[in-house]
Design a protein around this ligand. Sequence first.
Ligand code: 3HC
Length: 297
Amino acid sequence: MSSSAKPIKTVAIIGSGLMGSGIAQVAAANGHQVTVVDQSQEIIDKASASIQKSLGRVVKKKFPDDPKAQQTYVADVMAHLSLQTDAIGAVKSADLVIEAIVENLDTKKSLFSTLDKAAPSHTIFASNTSSIPIKDIAAATSRLDRFGGLHFFNPVPVMKLVEVIRIPETSDETYSALEAFGKAVGKTTVQCKDTPGFIVNRLLVPYMMEAVRLVERGEATPRDVDTAMKLGAGYPMGPFELSDYVGLDTVKFIIDGWMEREPDNPLFSQSTLLNKLVEEKKLGVKSGEGFYSYDKK
Ligand code: 3HC
């Protein structure tokens, strides 16, 4: 980190869904003081339960035969976390704000415009968006030099990567602070420009879409494609399992956004099957059905 960059100690995470709560968990587990914000107590309670469930899996691995150490670890992480509904209050003392809310540009801009007025001048803003240009979101603020992207992967406690995105205005100091934060939460960082899909999704989503097209052409079944990619290419999940895991609405949202920007790019073309499943609210694991069926717990 450059000598003038202030290390990030306090973090406000706006949005407590799968990504927001995962980021909160790894930040708190690595000694940051974290405030997670969402719209209602009910949502927050769900997020808190999901963090505790995930921590349960982490400690089982970390301290296999030591229930006392497991308890102490979970209590320590939870002591670094607070969950609340007041975004303005949360950012007032934050060194870093990470936004992980719904993938809607206007909603994100409106949020950041409000937070920009409330946060101290040194506070760095970052978005975890997977599909919206960072520069379009940053435009709602007066701190383009203190704005960047931090793109985490699901499940955040397990996936070891963070993509750190810079827009032309992102200062070196901000970039270094974001990169240092990624490393401090235990991840390997890679740098990428503000380009559609950054690195991982730019390669992964067209691959997932081509798998759907292959099935649409009647060339193989989803089950055989998944088996092929797991056993023939060493992927932990096949493309249909992964699409269901990520959420078919998310996959569609990403591809729709890219198609809007580059309508002639065949990599970004639509799939009738994917569109149909999303229309039927078959969104994958989270809805109980996508390409496959899941037990609702
Ligand atoms: N919290 C904590 N630990 C978790 C966890 C969670 N949410 N989910 C899984 N784990 C742990 C398990 O406890 C287990 O630990 P162990 O090795 O000590 O037993 C380990 O991870 C493996 O989990 P499982 O045994 O349950 O299952 P798998 O071996 O099948 O692994 C997986 C699950 C890690 C999800 C693996 O299948 C995988 O890596 N899949 C690919 C995931 C991927 O590609 N993610 C990126 C998606 S793209 C994205 O996120 C970008 C976005 O913008 C769309």
